[in-house]
Design a protein around this ligand. Structure first.
Ligand code: MUC
Ligand code: MG
Length: 367
């Protein structure tokens, strides 16, 4: 189980259309495939999606930190020494998706070594999740048309609507159009990616009070500490911390400080090891969670659903597991399938994913 080599392979796959939101946009999935090798010939794989607008990482920084900092620090350790591996990775601050990809690739190895799916090792609660789809910025009619298409093609009935534009009435109009167009049977919630001020957020929530939204995520910056607390105290729906609460200490600070009442868990940035810690923290505090999407490809989505379906609390809400549908292609040999709004986990050992070598050759950027 000794780690002998770690590869960080950049790849780029274009999106069919850009995904836009208040803090940025994505046109091409320029991710990094991380491969951990062991002396017994096992290989674990996961992906790191650079999100410079959220965590400051870039494709180049991930390759550099994995190759020049993480690999020398953990090569020679056993995959079973996860606490030591994290202690060594945490000597470097930040770099959440680089560390998480290494963590999940190691869990992939653990699963393969036991011939069991990782999801069973994590918790084994169920074999699938309900899927929520994230709808990016576009004119109102286009956002409604996208949600309608996703519902009719994939049976998805939960939508996270990107908001945070100015003036905020445009987003209110979008949510109103979605409710009118899709009817009362769909679940709608909103994510502002810090685009509004606290008072704009409060006014927007009031203007949408009749739309039966179920969650409000990062409408304003958590660093506007008093404004954010003021907003959260008047929100009638759970207020989700996403990018403001990544590490366990941040989760505690935001929840106990009154700046959030629910937490988004993204395996892309907390791997399996820290996602589990955040989840148990939330469970202990009696706080709801959502499995979020870091605009993952199918590799990252396989990780998110493996984690999300492993626990009771993570399955209470639909998980954001469908953004790979916006990509022109993917790296998996067997594509993930969303049917009737459900994504099933792989029953194969480890993460149960296999990279298609021809696709990797086509999309990798280092050869
Ligand atoms: C989300 O939930 O915010 C967009 C920016 C980011 O960091 O993640 C995505 C989705
Ligand atoms: Mg978010």
């Amino acid at each position: 189980m000794k780690i002998t080599k770690i590869e960080a392979i950049p790849f780029a796959i274009p999106y069919k259309k850009p995904l836009r939101f208040a803090s940025g946009e994505v046109r091409v999935a320029e991710h990094v495939l991380v491969r951990v090798h062991t002396e017994d010939g096992l290989v674990g794989e996961a992906e790191a999606p650079p999100r410079p607008f959220t965590y400051g990482e870039t494709q180049a920084s991930i390759i550099d930190v994995v190759g020049n900092i993480i690999a020398p620090a953990i090569i020679g350790l056993s995959c079973l020494q996860r606490e030591v591996i994290h202690e060594r990775m945490n000597r470097t601050v930040g770099n959440p998706t680089a560390k998480s990809a290494v963590d999940m690739a190691i869990w992939d190895i653990l699963g393969k070594s036991l011939n069991r799916p990782v999801t069973e090792l994590l918790g084994g609660y169920t074999d699938h999740m309900r899927v929520a789809h994230m709808v990016g910025f576009a004119p109102p009619a286009e956002m409604v048309a996208e949600a309608e298409r996703i519902r009719s093609e994939y049976g998805i009935t939960t939508f996270k609507v990107k908001v945070g534009r100015k003036p905020f009435m445009l987003d209110v109009e979008v949510c109103r159009a979605l409710r009118a167009g899709l009817g009362d049977d769909v679940e709608l919630y909103v994510d502002g990616n810090r685009g509004w001020t606290a008072s704009e957020s409060a006014r927007a929530l009031r203007a949408m009070d009749d739309l039966d939204l179920t969650l409000a995520e990062e409408l304003c910056p958590a660093d506007d500490v008093l404004g954010r607390r003021w907003l959260v105290t008047q929100s009638r729906i759970p207020f989700v911390a996403d990018e403001s609460a990544v590490r366990p200490g941040e989760v505690t600070r935001e929840l106990l400080g009154g700046s959030a009442t629910a937490i988004s868990i993204k395996t892309a940035r907390t791997g399996f090891t820290y996602s589990q810690r955040v989840l148990y923290q939330c469970e202990g505090l009696g706080v709801e969670v959502v499995i979020g999407n870091q605009i993952d490809s199918q590799i990252g989505t396989a990780c998110a659903v493996a984690f999300g379906s492993a626990f009771k609390l993570t399955t209470q809400r639909a998980g954001e597991l469908s953004n790979f549908l916006d990509m022109q292609d993917d790296l998996l040999a067997e594509p993930l399938q969303i049917t009737d709004g459900i994504l099933a986990i792989s029953q194969k050992p480890g993460l149960g994913i296999e990279i298609d070598p021809e696709k990797l050759t086509k999309y990798r950027q280092d050869t």
